[in-house]
Ligand binder design. Structure first.
Ligand code: CMC
Length: 443
């Protein structure tokens, strides 16, 4: 076995450098010593979208994309989905260990204590249009919580931090359910703390005139497992947003609002909504081959397929397929399932998808379950956000406690104009398309 170093020869100067390799990684900052002259800034790595850059050391979640392995704090997702509960998993993600009985009771008790939201938040919600997207409302309400809990800015105080964990995890379903009821013009249903986390969420969504809402135990359990599956996914777009905003020492509500905003996009947590819209657009099994052809011609993406990390299968998608069967036994089979199954069948044997290692991801089947449970498509990313909240918190805490972390501040390669003199108004040429001109700027 050779040395754990990398030898680089800079052909511009003929100089050789030896960089340390640790955990299969070189430190990008070590590249800065590689210069052509004293004034040279030094070599940087160029990695748009961070496809090959580790931004942190983390102990929260492990993924082996090639083997389809996902573990939270070392526990395989399959075991957590089968044996744990969402709140227990949330504790694990944040504190690093499964709670004992006493810790779990305390954790659940504190979370129940924080499910209600300030009445002014409810009033704030009333300002949204009837057709506002619930994810847009959730992002805004999470940000708004920052103004209700100004102490949360003391991010280094462990007791104050803990209060924000409770509030973020306990209030997110309330905000989500209130957003949904707002779009329907329905009166708000306040939390019922006799119910489980998922059961209470269903209560706040669906309760009408009955004295006590009784959640269906199969649907309650299915939702709880879906939350577990969405708990964390290491350094994805929203976790990165949580860490990046948090690194400026913004309070956790602002950071969580940023993370939720990142999740909203159709390439991330918004994909489950797009999958359903796609299946509805396809409409019938006979239209599947034509749709796949359009995908292969680059006209469309097959939503719910592909993943930056998983290049074999997404273990969450496999668990979800099992949950779907249980849910459909209660709700009846979702008619779109046949289209989804046919799409998967054709895609998995087609060279285009095989070559690119495109498999169904977590969002491919979750939308079908949510639809069968009665959720409108706009709520799907919101459900994702409820599940992901403990992961965002776990990532945020780890970032704050990591002595190597600083405010996130990537470098750039400047490709714009060099210095030029200010042009008087009468000397300027009309610009037809500002964006086009900006991208044509000489380097
Ligand atoms: N349908 C068709 N082609 C695809 C798809 C897709 N869903 N995903 C990737 N490709 C193609 C892509 O066009 C590219 O082809 P080529 O090499 O010919 O240019 C190749 O596969 C590699 O794709 P990429 O865009 O470089 O991969 P990425 O790692 O940057 O993107 C992704 C990952 C998830 C954004 C992407 O696969 C995608 O847009 N999928 C659809 C949206 C989706 O389902 N997102 C949910 C992700 S899972 C939930 C979460 O964690 O957020």
């Amino acid at each position: 076995m050779g040395k754990d170093t990398l030898t680089i020869t800079d052909n511009r100067t003929g100089k050789t450098y030896e960089l340390e390799i640790k955990d299969g990684t070189i430190r990008s900052l070590d590249l800065r010593q590689i210069k052509v002259s004293k004034e040279d800034f030094g070599l940087m790595g160029y990695d748009p979208a961070f496809t090959n850059t580790a931004s942190c050391r983390s102990q929260v979640t492990f993924i082996d994309g090639a083997k389809g392995i996902l573990m939270y704090r070392g526990y395989p997702i399959e075991q957590l989905a089968e044996q744990s509960s969402f709140l227990e998993t949330a504790y694990l993600l944040i504190y690093g260990e499964l709670p004992n009985g006493e810790q779990l009771d305390e954790w659940e008790g504190n979370l129940k204590h924080h499910t209600f939201i300030h009445e002014n938040i409810r009033k704030l919600l009333g300002g949204f249009r009837y057709d506002a997207h619930p994810m847009g409302m959730l992002v805004s309400m999470l940000g708004a919580l920052s103004t209700f809990y100004p102490k949360s800015k003391r991010i280094r105080d462990p007791e104050i931090r803990k209060e924000q964990f409770y509030r973020l995890i306990a209030k997110t379903p309330t905000l989500a359910a209130f957003s949904f009821r707002h779009t329907r013009g329905l009166p708000m249903i306040y939390p019922d703390n006799d119910l489980s986390y998922a059961g209470n969420f269903l209560n706040m969504l669906w309760k009408m005139s009955e004295a006590k809402y009784e959640p269906n135990p199969v649907l309650e359990k299915a939702l709880d497992v879906l939350f577990i599956l969405h708990g964390d996914h290491e350094q994805n777009c929203s976790a990165n947003a949580m860490r990046s905003v948090g690194s400026s020492e913004a309070d956790p509500y602002c950071a969580a609002a940023a993370a939720a905003a990142a999740l909203y996009g159709p390439l991330h947590g918004g994909a489950n909504e797009q999958v359903l819209r796609m299946l509805v657009e396809i409409g019938s099994i006979k239209n599947v081959p034509g749709y796949v052809k359009r995908v292969k011609e680059g006209e469309l993406l097959l939503m719910g397929f592909g993943h930056r990390v998983y290049k074999n299968y997404d273990p969450r998608a496999q668990i979800i397929k099992g949950i779907a069967d249980q849910v459909f036994e209660v709700t009846g089979r979702n008619p779109l399932l046949d289209i989804a199954l046919e799409l998967e069948r054709i895609a998995l044997q087609d060279d285009y998808f095989v070559k690119r290692k495109l498999y169904p991801n977590v969002d491919f089947y979750s939308g079908l379950i949510y639809q069968a449970m009665g959720f409108p498509v706009e709520m799907y990313p919101v459900l994702f956000a409820i599940g992901r909240m403990p992961g965002w918190i776990g990532q945020w805490v780890e970032m704050l406690d990591d002595k190597e972390q600083k405010i996130a501040r990537p470098r750039q390669i400047y490709t714009g104009y060099q210095k030029r003199d200010y042009l008087a108004l009468d000397k300027r040429v009309p610009v037809a398309d500002k964006a086009a001109v900006a991208t044509q700027a000489p380097t």
